[in-house]
Design a protein around this ligand. Structure first.
Ligand SMILES: Cc1ncc(COP(=O)(O)O)c(C=O)c1O
Ligand SMILES: N[C@@H](CCCC[NH3+])C(=O)O
Length: 420
């Protein structure tokens, strides 16, 4: 459930009509609903209430300070993959002691900063990284809390670009080698073994792969215990899918119940790293139809060129991701027809949606739905297009939590030769 609803024929974000947002902040523009994020977080939290747990929001899904601040106030921890994300969490008021640090290529300076600030755990993705973290921690005179991210070799049944839990993927260490690596980690003076971590992919719509992965990881935890290596938490990563079109993912409550059932009776804290499920359907990309280019022949395609493009929302171009595209106001006298919704960028892959039955006129506003996760976060400035503003709506108030970039912002730090 989200808080983007039609009232009087006009789409609102909570109590704010989207045309008001377009008038105030211009288009394209990302719009998020605080009530939706809050609701999703609380549902997740309530579903895990019976087990010792920590929710660490995956910052990569949406790193806006307004969104992170809201989640921090709700009590969320954070999953980061770079020192940039760590600084964002700290600036937004998040608690570094509730941060887990994932990612296959952590640099020495990133490890140093995370150790200085005192994060909860490093999710270590290779033997080389264990050695690196151990060396940095010893140099700083501390012990780094670690989990090994194990790759359980299960098929997440998602798009191949976002499946991570197969042996062929670059992520984590082979579950068959994990025991040996844990034994090695336990002997390293700069490391403190704390947990086991696993994340099998994103936009999963079935529970079975999560269950399979957890069962394999719990079996590993038992084998480790038999060797005298105990862990205090199991990090199950993120990955729960959302409905973009007609998917029927498990609800957060069903997902959480499946997890708690697996760990019940064990002295283990459950750590989750949800991203998309908390913010995906809490955001839209607001865009305006610039020009219409209908085909001349019956078999021709009709193009609607809008002011948002693949640089603003990459998912359609990158994964053929389907996002609902809906009118902000009810159509006037125009008849609906199938439109290709495209941006102004010089790439054939620059589309937001194919074959959408819409009644369009130039100047109309459209909402590209389910854009709260991996939307702005993956935006670029390709074609020298400044990135859009982000607006966080809370009831009747619309807060600009990121101003629109300017062309001057894009050129900052650049020079032409000769440099005086
Ligand atoms: C390590 C890790 N944790 C959490 C997430 C968040 O995933 P999602 O947005 O699918 O919940 C990701 C991204 O897939 C990830 O790579
Ligand atoms: N960026 C992807 C998900 C990748 C998740 C990163 N671990 C998406 O939009 O669906």
């Amino acid at each position: 459930m989200d808080h983007f609803v039609y009232r009087g024929g006009v789409l609102h974000a909570e109590d704010v009509p989207l045309p008001d947002i377009a008038a105030r902040f211009g288009t394209p523009c990302y719009v998020y609903s605080a009530a939706t994020i809050t609701r999703h977080y609380r549902v997740f939290e309530a579903a895990l209430a019976d087990v010792d747990h920590e929710i660490c929001f995956a910052v990569k899904a949406n790193g806006n300070l307004g969104v992170l601040g809201l989640l921090a106030d709700l009590g969320s921890g954070f999953d980061i993959v770079s020192v940039g994300e760590l600084e964002r969490v700290i600036t937004a008021g998040g608690d570094p002691a509730r941060v887990v640090f994932s990612g296959v290529g952590k640099r020495v300076d990133e490890i140093e900063r995370a150790l200085e600030i005192g994060i909860a755990c490093f999710n270590v993705e290779s033997e080389a990284e264990l050695v690196r973290i151990d060396a940095v921690a010893q140099r700083l005179g501390v012990r780094a809390p670690i989990s090994l991210r194990v790759n359980p070799d299960v098929d997440a049944g998602t798009h191949p670009y976002i499946a991570t839990g197969l042996k062929e993927n670059k992520f984590g260490v082979d579950i068959g080698r994990a025991e040996t690596l844990y034994a090695r980690a336990a002997d390293m003076p700069g490391l403190a073994v704390r947990g086991v971590d696993c994340h099998i992919g994103s936009q999963l719509t079935r529970l079975a792969p999560f269950r399979d992965a957890i069962d394999r990881v719990l079996a590993l935890i038992d084998r480790l215990a038999a060797r005298g290596i105990t862990v205090d938490h199991l990090d199950v990563g993120g990955g729960l899918g959302i409905r973009y079109r007609d998917e029927t993912p498990p609800s957060p409550a069903e997902y959480a119940a499946a997890l708690s059932e697996r760990v019940a009776g064990r002295d283990l804290k459950l750590v989750c790293e949800p991203g998309r499920v908390l913010v995906g359907n809490a955001g839209i990309l607001l865009t305006r139809v610039e020009l219409l280019k209908p085909g001349a022949e019956p078999e021709d395609r009709h193009f609607a060129i809008v002011d948002a493009a693949m640089n603003d929302l990459l998912r359609p171009a990158l994964y053929d991701g389907w996002h609902a595209i809906v009118p902000v106001a009810e159509a006037g006298a125009v008849a609906p027809r199938p439109w290709e919704i495209v941006g102004p960028i010089c790439e054939t892959g620059d589309f937001l949606g194919h074959d959408r039955e819409l009644a369009l006129a130039e100047g109309d506003l459209l909402a590209v739905r389910s854009a709260g996760a991996y939307g702005f976060a993956m935006a670029s400035t390709y074609n020298a297009r400044p990135r859009p503003p982000e607006v966080l709506v809370d009831g009747a108030a619309a807060h600009e939590v990121r101003a629109r970039e300017t062309v001057a912002d894009l050129m900052r730090g650049e020079r032409r030769l000769p440099i005086a």
